[in-house]
Design a binder for this molecule. Sequence first.
Ligand SMILES: C[S@@+](CC[C@H](N)C(=O)[O-])C[C@H]1O[C@@H](n2cnc3c(N)ncnc32)[C@H](O)[C@@H]1O
Length: 218
Amino acid sequence: MSAPIENTFIRELEMKNGQILKIHQLEVGDVGCVVWDAALVLCKYLETADFDGGNSWRGLDVVDVGAGTGVLGVYAAVYGADVTVTDLPEFLPLMNLNINTNKHHITGTAVAQSLQWGEESLERTVDYVLMADCIYYEKSLGPLVETVCSLCSDKTVVLCCYEQRTTGNKPELERKFLELMLEAFDVEDIPLERQDSLFRSDDILIKRFQKKKSHTET
Ligand SMILES: C[S@@+](CC[C@H](N)C(=O)[O-])C[C@H]1O[C@@H](n2cnc3c(N)ncnc32)[C@H](O)[C@@H]1O
């Protein structure tokens, strides 16, 4: 059993269906302890016309990679997806807290599981991989892409949302991540007009990846 979490502050998030999610964030901790803007943009994209207002998530097997608070996975689970919310093991208490806090809204299922990039595996492929703001340090890029690949069949869709940062090595990290992904995946940029009309921004990108045919044929 993990120790109870103390010193959280709540971010409320109103969904299109009127439900209010309460997401606990930690006052002190690593980057995953708060909700990032890219997660909000992707959450809101999940309930656009591209997903029949959210209705098309019901029954889908979804993994949220580098989930932090778990907000994105919880969001999909409210719309009926069966979600595995994953991060480093130290984030299990926070992810579980947020699943439990919002369980009365969840119409699918949500479980938290450790999934350390390049080191652990869920040993299955899924319908959707969701990832928000996971491109931020060099050492993780290869393992991150390896983990994403391991979750993907030719049918799997990866929705990757990130803030395009211009400082330091961030442009280079983005370039390297895309280079690695494009070895195995085709990519589509989701234009702003298909995103939520309020929760979108020129510098927050949503990319939709699907495995190239040559990487799925045996
Ligand atoms: C910037 S946070 C984004 C959190 C959340 N997706 C959001 O947008 O609110 C990046 C997340 O990646 C996780 N992460 C970093 N390295 C990881 C690794 N090697 N394996 C699994 N998760 C990792 C961090 O713990 C953190 O929760």
